[in-house]
Write a protein of this length. Structure first.
Length: 368
């Protein structure tokens, strides 16, 4: 029994520490997952709290795992794990049944699990937790209460700083497709022979006021007494999707610029602002200033946003504004605005507004 408890303590500790860390590496990505949850359960009014909840939740996960694994305030850690599992186990069961959000986000973008896999993981962790919880009376503190509380407070502070640093300067580890070193065009290729999406098509016909569903094998093609009403297609099996499958950039006039941008030789800067209105005006102005400098020094510069065409046109500053899908822009760079430097279509640099190099740095690139 003692060996089982030690094993349970290690497993629970490492799982919760890992889960907290990968979310803290990308707190904005975790906040986007809260958005998905709130939309799925019609709680959109809570979106404003998504980022604060994301940082709070990953901190609670990490510190609970840390306490269980190290033994520092272990009883408190067990209560933290119990509370989290008590909330998320039934939630993931509901998600598994209804599937409004395909990936629960329990390990951020580092590891993707289906809702049923997540539910199974939580059941296993709950079983291990019960084993530990049954022996909680035998837990002895490692240090004095004051020292343990001070240790926990320091760890919480350091972990929160870590989360905020990743938020400000982009994730320490990029788990998304648009990472440094990637040639975007290569990640958009669909290999020959891979599975494709499979759909089930239903045809709705009407006869004598009665509507009936047919499929491809039995619809009344030769019976003119049936009148076609509608058809619907439902995805029954997902096929292969390339890592980058939604990268489409259009000009404000509607021209598709995707291949043109990806095939440009030399250096190209993409300034990404998912919503211009949500970015600080000062940071946008700095981005526009950088754009003017780059264009004057032979570096192509595009501003990508999902804001409305009229809103983008209102800036009228001589730079190239382009439209792109908001989700794509969120995936490309976790900042508003953020910056991506391409060379011959390959990502060689990514920055947030907080650490983008000065314009002279970009100018020096053209001289190398």
């Amino acid at each position: 029994m003692k060996i089982l408890r030690i094993a349970s303590r290690i497993i629970i500790g490492f799982v919760f520490i890992f889960s907290g860390v990968v979310k803290a590496i990308d707190p904005l990505g975790f906040a986007y997952k809260f958005h998905d949850y709130f939309q799925a359960f019609h709680l959109g009014f809570l979106n404003r709290f998504s980022l604060a909840l994301a940082i709070f939740m990953c901190t609670v996960e990490f510190i609970s795992g840390f306490s269980v694994l190290t033994g520092i305030r272990q009883k408190t850690g067990l209560w933290g794990v119990l509370l989290l599992l008590a909330i998320f186990t039934p939630l993931t069961f509901i998600l598994a049944l209804t599937n409004p959000v395909s990936d629960c986000g329990c390990f951020g973008d580092a590891i993707h699990l289906t809702n049923w896999q997540t539910f199974g993981k939580n059941i296993v962790l709950f079983s291990l937790l019960l084993l530990l919880y049954s022996g909680r009376d035998k837990i002895e503190p490692i240090f004095s209460k004051t020292k343990e509380l001070l240790t926990i407070a320091i760890v919480v502070l350091l972990f929160t700083i870590f989360s905020l640093a990743n938020l400000r300067y982009l994730p320490l580890i990029d788990f998304l497709p648009y990472k440094t070193g990637v040639k975007i065009a290569d990640k958009m290729i669909v290999p020959q022979g891979v599975p494709v999406d499979e759909y089930q098509t239903t045809f709705i016909y009407e006869k004598n006021g009665i509507k009936r569903d047919f499929n491809l094998t039995n619809y009344p093609a030769k019976d003119s007494t049936w009148k076609f009403v509608d058809q619907k297609s439902v995805l029954v099996k997902s096929g292969y999707k390339p890592p980058i499958h939604d990268f489409i950039i259009t000009s404000l006039s509607g021209e598709d610029l995707t291949q043109q941008i990806l095939s440009l030789k030399g250096y190209t800067v993409l300034m990404v602002s998912k919503k211009l209105a949500e970015a600080r005006k000062k940071k946008l102005s700095e981005g526009f200033e950088l754009g003017n400098y780059c264009m004057a020094n032979g570096i192509e510069y595009f501003i990508l946003s999902s804001s409305g065409t009229e809103e983008m046109k209102s800036y009228e500053n001589g730079l190239k504004f382009c439209s792109a899908d908001e989700t794509t822009l969120k995936t490309m760079v976790r900042a508003n605005p953020g910056y991506i430097l391409l060379k011959d279509g390959i990502i060689i640099g990514k920055w947030s507004w907080a650490n983008v190099p000065d314009k002279e740095w970009f100018g020096n690139k053209t001289k190398q």
